[in-house]
Design a binder for this molecule. Structure first.
Ligand code: BMA
Length: 971
């Protein structure tokens, strides 16, 4: 039995010893996890049946080979978590005892000392039970009896009077069915990038609060600017004794914002009704508040809002309770701008043109302004970082999000098929300036709309909004992932019964969720789905005719039949909130989960890890379209090379697509397409070692895509592409500078301009004292020189070069256009397969801005030589940082370094070597010795196995043989 010692009582934050409020934590070890048959083991909270069994050595690594399927029975049993604990008399003598469970996964019954406290069926909410009179002095027993989520989902589906699709995931996912019946992490029943582990367990802290009058349960806050004044609207939620007597519970509420000298104080009387106290702290106009800016645009200033509540002694109460809570807030405004892209529509009457201001068939803009400045969202999509939440540490989240930030990512969509993420994740995003697009947790499915389900969702949305809305990083709330599109495009065969499903859609996202979101947070927009047409979807009854329209809202783009190395296959939307293509995770990351025979492109496990129907075939087809398949008969080397090629393909495809979106930010075509203001690729992280869309694999190793992101998300982007088959067009795109919208007086067309005049800056929200520095930054970003060098694949010496000055008027524009045949002949390059272009830009002062490159042909046609690559030296710079020098004898493409079993990432990888030596840094995840790292390092590059090289070789052999024969005849 586990005895709770007096030391286990923690007094909330700065609570002095004399006050009554105490918190008894029940999380940690001491729990017994059992099934209904013979398993009875020690477990931990937070935890699940899988990690408990793993810890006890009763199962192998759930991620090993096909253990997800082998362990399937664990998700279909009912598990119980039980804890014996001892409680001292002083605790039970309090007037109120509340058992608080911050998160239970998912369907459970809570029993304390044989008293049934209640049932739970939503993992996204907190449950609190009044256990006054039920908790005993001395020994107590708490049992959390879970019901298998798989069985419960099945049972709910069978009770439903109509089908709520999809029933089951595609067979290739080896998943479980009807997850949409439950308020549980939707991807825990499998997804197209992840296995099925239908967890059961206590996944958040659990504790008992003991108090005599009332305590603060929650504090939430929304920061907004009203009539040019910053306001912090604060809500405080209390937990008070149920029968407070005639006079209620009274106390002193104090709030202060550290560093700003702002405070609020009031007497509060609680009458046992769960009503929050609201108050507004207004910042006087005279006070200059340092703003919170998205990454790249300024600092992420954050302030601590501290709220305390101390109850007074009353006629029936001798002791007081003191409780407090702190939040971090930031001052910034967020607007979602949906305005006609052309505010004048040209109509022709006879020979004359007129403008019709009322009617715009060319759609609405869709972009975010933060602190008054339009911001291009550069980012990705976040999925749960582990199948078992209890394994995720703040350090790991920090690693993943810093990896994102370090390649220029400023926005992240928390995707709707996972979980409302941990406080840590949003805290880190606040700190890093990563703007969060927050989906609510509904994804690729239709959902029930019966009263209990709706009630549960309503509570969930309220609870999560209160938990999250103070975060400066959160940009927007979106009701679901792809559900508007799924309904409209009949993904689940619901056409026949459209009205019923449409009604359910409205009931859930429009009549239930929308008013809650709007009343909880008037400072941000609510979108009922993503993708959506936004205001146009609303106009069309929330399910637009074409929710993927390029003229409105956001789109998701996937087309595995298209050649994604060519820009013309892509759409021209207002914003792309998802687009992606698969590649394998790094070979080294498979070591822990594959047996030696699995490292074979044709192995069963290679098929098993692929959850996206035609994924392996698509990857091979995409690779062969652009590169040559590996030329080796060794199965394991073939697989390693194949992985490398899939990663090149993914990196190149995403580079092409992302740059395409960025180039379109200032362009508006006559048909209304353009002004693209966001590119969030699918997906940042992984949940297991497999072929997926991720740019960072499950073990934290960066895939080539992640290294490429650093250049395609560069704040100064040189973007060369083929305008048509014989025209090279080079764009420069700049961001992280203040920009403004401007309409052409003639056409009413909107464009984004760098805010480059002093007057426009003075009228902006840029702090006055920073205006001259910003003006300088603007000039440096928009005026400079572009140098273009032509390299032959056989030489490190450039054949030819051009240098062009540029001065950008808009944030993305063409600075160099040339026919490819002219470029080749002018430079003396023998043909497109022999050369590549290298670009570099410098500002007016000669400082480097960015670099880029362009191949005239796909790599499979490129006449590259086989380079001799060597690691020349490894120098330790710090305990986890090393400098590695690589040499090459001829230019090498897609040079790829690996640190073998050592986890970490390089400063650059997948790069081209156009000089004989390159230096990169390696950042190990743990301190390591040079001697340990050195033998793990390897380097390779793309190699073409030319049939004509072989032909030359045979001619050579033939010549040699003839000469020998002649020699033999003569002599
Ligand atoms: C989108 C996402 C995910 C999915 C991804 C790749 O539709 O919303 O549901 O994993 O595509 O198929």
């Amino acid at each position: 039995m586990w005895h709770v010692s007096a030391a286990c009582f923690i007094l909330l934050l700065t609570v002095p010893v004399s006050v009554a409020f105490t918190r008894l934590p029940l999380s940690g070890s001491g729990w017994i996890v059992s099934d209904s048959a013979d398993v009875k083991i020690n477990g931990k909270v937070p935890g699940t049946q899988y990690t408990a069994l793993l810890k006890q050595g009763l199962i192998g690594d759930p991620l090993y080979r096909d253990n997800d399927v082998n362990l399937r029975s664990l998700g279909r049993k009912n598990w119980t978590y039980s804890l014996n604990f001892s409680v001292p008399a002083i605790l039970v003598s309090s007037k109120n005892l509340t058992l608080v469970c911050e998160g239970l996964d998912t369907v459970a019954q809570m029993i304390l000392n044989n008293n049934v406290l209640g049932k739970t069926d939503n993992m996204f909410v907190r449950f609190a039970y009044d256990i006054t009179g039920k908790l005993r002095k001395g020994n107590n027993n708490l049992r959390v009896e879970f019901t298998s989520a798989v069985l419960e989902a099945q049972s709910k589906a069978s009770k439903s009077s109509y089908r709520i699709p999809p029933d089951c995931p595609p067979e290739v996912q080896h998943g479980e069915c009807h997850v949409n019946q439950l308020r549980k992490e939707q991807c825990s029943f499998s997804w197209d990038w992840g296995p099925s582990f239908p967890t059961q367990g206590i996944w958040q802290p659990i504790y008992i609060d003991s108090f005599n009058s009332a305590i603060i349960r929650d504090v939430s806050a929304v920061v907004s600017k009203v009539n040019n004044k910053w306001q912090i609207a604060v809500q405080v939620y209390f937990d008070s004794i149920r029968q407070p007597g005639r006079y209620g519970v009274t106390g002193q509420l104090e709030a202060s914002i550290r560093g700003l000298n702002l405070s609020h104080s009031e007497n509060v009387t609680l009458r046992g009704i769960e009503e929050p106290t609201h108050f507004i702290i207004t910042v006087p106009e005279s006070k200059i508040v340092p703003l919170w800016w998205p990454r790249g645009y300024g600092e992420q200033n954050l302030f601590t809002l501290n709220v305390t509540f101390e109850t007074f002694k009353g006629p029936y109460r001798s002791a007081t309770d003191k409780s407090s809570k702190s939040l971090r807030i930031g001052f910034r405004t967020v607007e979602l701008i949906q305005e006609p892209v052309k505010n004048k529509f040209q109509i022709r009457k006879g020979w004359k043109y007129y403008y019709d201001k009322r009617y715009s068939p060319t759609g609405l803009t869709f972009y975010f302004r933060v602190n008054g400045i339009p911001i291009f969202l550069k980012g990705s999509n976040w999925i749960p970082a582990d199948n078992f939440q209890e394994r995720i540490t703040r350090k790991h989240l920090q690693y993943l999000l810093s990896s994102a930030a370090s390649v220029g990512i400023n926005a992240m969509r928390v995707w709707g098929g996972g979980i409302y993420e941990s406080d840590d994740l949003y805290d880190i995003c606040d700190e890093l300036g990563i703007m969060v697009w927050q989906d609510l947790m509904f994804s690729v499915a239709l959902y029930p709309a019966y009263p209990e389900f709706i009630k549960s969702v309503a509570y969930e949305v309220k609870y999560q909004m209160r938990r999250l809305k103070h975060h400066a990083s959160i940009l927007v709330w979106a009701g679901s992932n792809e559900n508007e599109k799924a309904l409209r495009q009949d993904w689940f065969d619901t056409k026949e019964n459209y009205t019923r499903y449409y009604e359910d859609f409205l009931k859930l996202y429009v009549r239930t969720i929308k008013p809650i979101v709007e009343s909880e947070d008037s400072s941000r927009e609510y979108l009922s789905s993503s993708p959506t047409n936004g205001a146009e979807s609303v106009k069309e009854g929330y399910v637009a005719q074409d929710p993927g329209s390029e003229l409105y809202g956001d789109i998701h783009f996937y087309d595995y039949m298209a050649d994604q190395w060519t820009a013309e296959v892509f759409r021209i939307p207002r914003m792309a909130s998802e687009y992606g293509i698969q590649s394998w995770c790094n070979n080294e990351s498979l070591a822990a989960v594959f047996a030696p025979q699995d490292f074979d492109v044709n192995s069963k496990m290679v098929d098993h890890r692929q959850h996206h129907g035609m994924g392996n075939i698509e990857m091979t087809a995409e690779v062969t379209l652009h590169m040559q398949l590996p030329q080796t008969s060794d199965t394991q080397s073939y697989f390693a090379e194949y992985i490398y090629l899939t990663q090149i393909n993914q990196a190149m495809s995403m580079r092409t697509q992302t740059e395409h979106y960025r180039r379109y930010q200032s362009r508006l075509l006559d048909d209304g397409r353009g002004l693209t203001m966001g590119a969030l690729y699918w997906q940042l992280n992984d949940i297991w070692q497999a072929p997926t869309w991720a740019s960072i694999d499950y073990e934290g190793r960066w895939k080539m895509l992640h290294y490429f992101a650093r250049s395609f998300f560069n704040k100064h982007l040189i973007s060369p592409y083929k305008l048509d088959s014989n025209t090279l067009d080079v764009f420069i795109v700049v961001d992280e500078i203040p920009i403004m919208e401007s309409r052409s007086p003639a056409t009413g067309k909107l464009q984004f301009w760098p805010m480059s005049t002093l007057d426009s800056l003075k009228n902006s929200e840029v702090p006055k004292q920073e205006i001259y520095a910003v003006l300088h930054k603007l000039r440096m970003a928009t005026i400079g020189y572009l140098r273009i060098e032509v390299f032959e694949y056989s030489s490190f010496q450039p054949l030819f070069s051009w240098t062009v000055p540029y001065e950008l008027k808009t944030t993305a524009e063409s600075v160099f256009k040339k026919s490819i045949s002219d470029a080749l002949s002018e430079s003396g390059c023998p043909g497109p397969e022999h050369c590549l272009l290298y670009f570099s830009a410098t500002d007016q002062s000669g400082s480097d801005l960015s670099t880029s490159w362009f191949m005239f042909t796909y790599p499979k046609y490129a006449r590259i030589k086989k380079p001799q690559l060597k690691i020349v030296s490894v120098t330790k710079l710090a305990s986890t940082v090393f400098e590695i020098e690589v040499s090459a004898d001829v230019p090498a493409l897609f040079v790829w370094l690996s640190a073998g079993s050592v986890k970490g990432h390089f400063s650059d990888n997948g790069f081209h070597m156009l000089s004989s030596s390159a230096k990169v840094q390696f950042f190990a995840q743990q301190p390591i010795r040079s001697l340990t790292l050195r033998p793990q390092l390897s380097v390779k590059s793309l190699q073409n196995n030319w049939s004509n090289i072989r032909a030359h070789f045979s001619i050579l052999v033939f010549l040699c043989m003839s000469i020998s024969l002649l020699y033999w005849i003569i002599y």
